[in-house]
Write a protein that binds this ligand. Structure first.
Ligand SMILES: Nc1ncnc2c1ncn2[C@@H]1O[C@H](COP(=O)(O)OP(=O)(O)OP(=O)(O)O)[C@@H](O)[C@H]1O
Ligand SMILES: [Mg+2]
Length: 369
């Protein structure tokens, strides 16, 4: 473990100096006060008790007073200095251990090991608060690092499939095994399109999650958004033989939203629903009032989602059935983008399903404008 060497004497010396200063001021004040007020008072008391005394006796009494005061001063100063030294040492000992631990833990984190944590010092709320804040910071760094690693690994994995296809086709063309022709160009074009979409999606989700995506919000009627998304998706549904119903209930409040971005979210949900609903099935896009806002649902009668997948659907690159989804061209980033866009509007998006074969429902709640 690295880190600067501890300097317990630094803290102890400073504490001791501060206390010695206080003791010195106290001692000097005491001497001055005793010199100013002591002898006259003492003499007044002696005169009251004994009447007038001879000058020799007076000098003797003055000397006795000065000696007694001096001895008291020396003894009390020595005791105070000893107590100050002991207190300084004790406080330094108690403080130096948690401070050294904090330094060590910070040095560990600086090397990129975010598992370092501090035990509560048990020396009162201030040091415990420092330990708590440090642990929160280390945990946040650790979470970010985990996400970053997984994102890199997932992105690399997603890039590999289209790249492998392109590689194989180029190799076949170069070796003369494969003749150049429309089918080959189509496949190469589809794979580069997939790579481009992946790059765009990753950039989009990163910007959205960092809150860097500009939203051009206007006041819109949710019914218009629902109808527009349904009409855009209809040709795909008709081609596959899946029924698409759009319902916008009465009394919907206007919302403040970027119509393009909310449209993008609905389009993604409708594409998912179509992908997971067999011909003859039905998908319903509906908008209803929900408290002061609007609830938009996309309900399908398709594959459904097993309970263990539900909590992960909105994670980057997560696919419930990775092999099948990849074969159909999805990279598992659509719902991540949807969640980021809905969150940027101050809304929420959730998924529900009673299990495989029972269909699924995605619910968006957006606040009223
Ligand atoms: N309506 C649905 N029915 C069943 N499963 C769904 C439904 N919508 C999404 N899923 C599951 O959630 C996963 C994640 O969806 P998401 O939209 O994020 O990715 P994708 O559709 O696979 O790829 P992309 O949207 O990036 O093209 C899907 O792979 C699928 O397993
Ligand atoms: Mg999708």
């Amino acid at each position: 473990m690295t880190g600067s060497p501890p300097h317990p004497r630094g803290l102890a010396a400073r504490l001791l100096t501060a206390q010695l200063l206080v003791i010195a001021v106290g001692a000097v004040t005491l001497v001055l006060a005793a010199l100013a007020a002591g002898p006259p008072l003492f003499r007044a008391h002696v005169t009251m008790a004994l009447g007038s005394v001879s000058p020799a006796l007076q000098r003797h009494l003055d000397d006795a007073f000065a000696t007694a005061a001096g001895i008291a001063l020396v003894i009390s100063t020595a005791a105070a200095v000893a107590a100050a030294a002991a207190v300084s040492l004790l406080i330094t000992r108690r403080l130096s251990r948690p401070l050294r631990d904090l330094g060590d833990a910070a040095a560990t984190v600086a090397t990129g090991d975010y598992t370092a944590r501090m035990a509560p010092a048990g020396l009162g709320p201030e040091l415990d608060a420092v330990a708590g804040a440090f642990n929160t910071m280390a945990a946040a760094l650790q979470a970010t690092e985990t996400t970053r690693r997984r994102l890199l690994a997932d992105a690399a994995h997603e890039l590999r499939t289209p790249l492998a296809t392109i590689d194989a086709y180029l190799e076949g063309l170069a070796d003369g095994i494969r003749a150049p022709g429309q089918e080959t160009w189509d496949i190469l074009a589809a794979q580069t399109a997939r790579l481009r979409r992946l790059a765009d999606d990753i950039a989009l989700v990163s910007r959205a999650e960092e809150g860097q995506l500009p939203l051009h919000k206007v006041t819109v009627a949710p019914a218009g958004l629902v109808t527009a998304a349904a009409e855009a998706a209809r040709p795909g549904y008709d081609a596959r033989g899946v029924r698409l119903a759009a319902q916008a209930g009465a009394g919907l409040p206007d919302i403040s939203a970027d119509p393009d971005r909310i449209g993008q979210v609905l389009t993604g949900l409708l594409a998912n629903a179509l992908r997971h609903t067999p011909p003859g099935g039905c998908v319903t896009l509906a908008a209803q009032p929900a408290g002061p806002g609007v609830r938009i649902t996309v309900t399908d009668t398709g594959d459904g989602i097993a309970a263990e997948h539900l909590p992960h659907l909105f994670e980057r690159f997560y696919r419930a059935d990775a092999a099948r989804a990849a074969a159909r061209g999805g990279s598992g980033i659509g719902l991540t983008i949807a969640r980021a866009l809905v969150a940027a509007h101050g809304g929420t998006i959730t998924a529900a399903s009673a299990g495989p074969g029972t269909g699924a429902r995605f619910t968006i709640v957006l606040p009223a404008s």
